[in-house]
Design a protein around this ligand. Sequence first.
Ligand SMILES: C[S@@+](CC[C@H](N)C(=O)[O-])C[C@H]1O[C@@H](n2cnc3c(N)ncnc32)[C@H](O)[C@@H]1O
Length: 267
Amino acid sequence: MDPDSVLTYTQANKAAWNASAHLHGQGASWDALLLAAGQPGFNVLDDCLNATLSDLGVEGCSAVQIGCNNARELLSLAALGARPVLGIDQSAAFLAQGAQLAAAARLSPRLLAADVYELPDGLGQHDLALITIGVLNWMPDLPRFFQVVRGLLHPGAHLVINETHPILEMFNPDSATPLVPETSYFEKTPVRIDEAITYDGTDAGEGETGYWFLHTLGDIVTACVQSGFHLQRLEEHPHLNREEDYAIYENQPAQLPLCYTLVAKAI
Ligand SMILES: C[S@@+](CC[C@H](N)C(=O)[O-])C[C@H]1O[C@@H](n2cnc3c(N)ncnc32)[C@H](O)[C@@H]1O
């Protein structure tokens, strides 16, 4: 995709994320998160991601998270002995919440408000890059995205991705027939999103328009390995890591993959 089109999409997405930030930084779940961040061993990573990172051995690693949102996951890496040094997200409004969580956790990663496609120089090369649920689909250009991620790591460093499985994009949990595929796995037209962004599937009304991009697992792995990574592990999981309304796809007799973990080493 040409850089101007990428920028048009990422600027729209930035406005969409910033406009929804206030929905996440208030109320009982925010208060509970802020309280938890101040407790020893604060860790919101799910069991699967904790196990992957523990197997890898991340003690002492300098860690960067791309699309870190409110940094709760970046900060959680400290519980595994890693050093959360850099969180990148283009939403300054979410990073402001991240700064509050970091202060509660007595950690001080750099929280950089920037479009991943327009990063400044001098961000250093780190030991670990983390990408978690709900980041890759906001990226209009996967090859360029992975090149940027590679540039944040030194040779031998690890990239860990824990994302929703692209096959879920075929299904609409709100449809009258939610188990019947609705969208082609290979659809490339960006999906226009006009609703405010929530994590729990609740309807918060209209928001700023953002764009969601469908990538196949093949697109993701290919872009990753062609950007200077050696694939070490790709594990598809039957459990859910996205919004609650997708829970109908879990525990089925003929189970779809619902999320995946990818581990790659920078060459
Ligand atoms: C679904 S959230 C990630 C949530 C994270 N997994 C968590 O649980 O906290 C996706 C994040 O990617 C960020 N993002 C989207 N496009 C971006 C871009 N081009 N550059 C930097 N950040 C971006 C959004 O601002 C948003 O905070």
